[in-house]
Design a protein around this ligand. Structure first.
Ligand code: HEC
Length: 205
């Protein structure tokens, strides 16, 4: 009788122990699942944003010129340049009716405060080597306010990449007027007015 009750006691203790172990285990799983998800997504974001320093072109504020010193595309209202001196290749893609990959060094601008620059092939796979810039422009020139790849947000709260990735693949993330991106809430006239009032063009030096 005594033996049995001891037995019962230890069995009960065993049950309690295993139950709490199970509880601990399931709460561990419950906690670790979201942690795992966060870790995985950080890994993915980290990967899509990983930039190869060896393939990065040096970009400072002064490479961004007054729009009238740039070349206007025939394929949209944007302007192009090439910081590696390969303007011909950049212009060829910008004017192509079938699209193409912009060469390294390409600079593309629609409105003075936003720009895209193409680094060397392999710099960042997610953006096909484009870097997005948000600039502060004034008569003194351009200052880089925000720069980066998939995470850059413009002054209206929009993610550059989120819109530009909608362009059909042959257009290399350039939206133009009919490449598949949702249109900007700006008329052609407003865009032209913003372009014509680029403060950098009045720079005195
Ligand atoms: C709401 C969506 C959206 C956001 C956010 C956005 N863009 Fe654009 N962008 C467009 C569209 C659409 C055009 C084409 C406009 C046109 O010509 O009608 C465009 C045009 C451009 C152009 C001219 C080349 C082209 O693709 O036609 C550049 C360069 C550019 N944007 C850079 C940026 C940068 C840099 C950012 C972030 C700082 C940004 N954009 C944020 C939608 C967006």
């Amino acid at each position: 009788m005594i033996e049995r009750s001891l037995d019962d006691q230890s069995r009960a203790r065993f049950h309690l122990l295993t139950r709490s172990a199970v509880l601990k285990k399931s709460s561990f799983i419950r906690l670790s699942k979201p942690l795992l998800l966060i870790a995985c997504s950080l890994l993915l974001i980290g990967r899509s944003n990983s930039q190869d320093a060896d393939r990065q072109l040096p970009v400072t504020g002064d490479i961004f010129k007054c729009l009238t010193e740039m070349t206007k595309s025939l394929n949209g209202d944007f302007f192009v340049d090439n910081i590696l001196g390969n303007l011909e290749a950049t212009t060829a893609v910008a004017n192509s009716e079938t699209g193409g990959d912009y060469p390294p060094g390409s600079v593309v601008v629609l409105v003075p405060s936003e720009a895209m620059v193409k680094h060397e092939a392999g710099w960042n796979a997610a953006t096909n080597d484009w870097e997005f810039f948000e600039l502060n422009v004034s008569e003194q020139g351009s200052e880089i306010n925000v720069r980066g790849t998939t995470e850059v947000i413009n002054q209206f709260g929009g993610n550059c990449f989120g819109c530009h990735v909608q362009a059909r693949p042959e257009w290399d993330l350039i939206c133009g007027t009919d490449h598949g991106c949702a249109p900007l809430p700006l008329t052609r006239e407003t865009i032209a007015n913003i372009q014509n009032s680029d403060p950098r063009c009045n720079k005195e030096d």
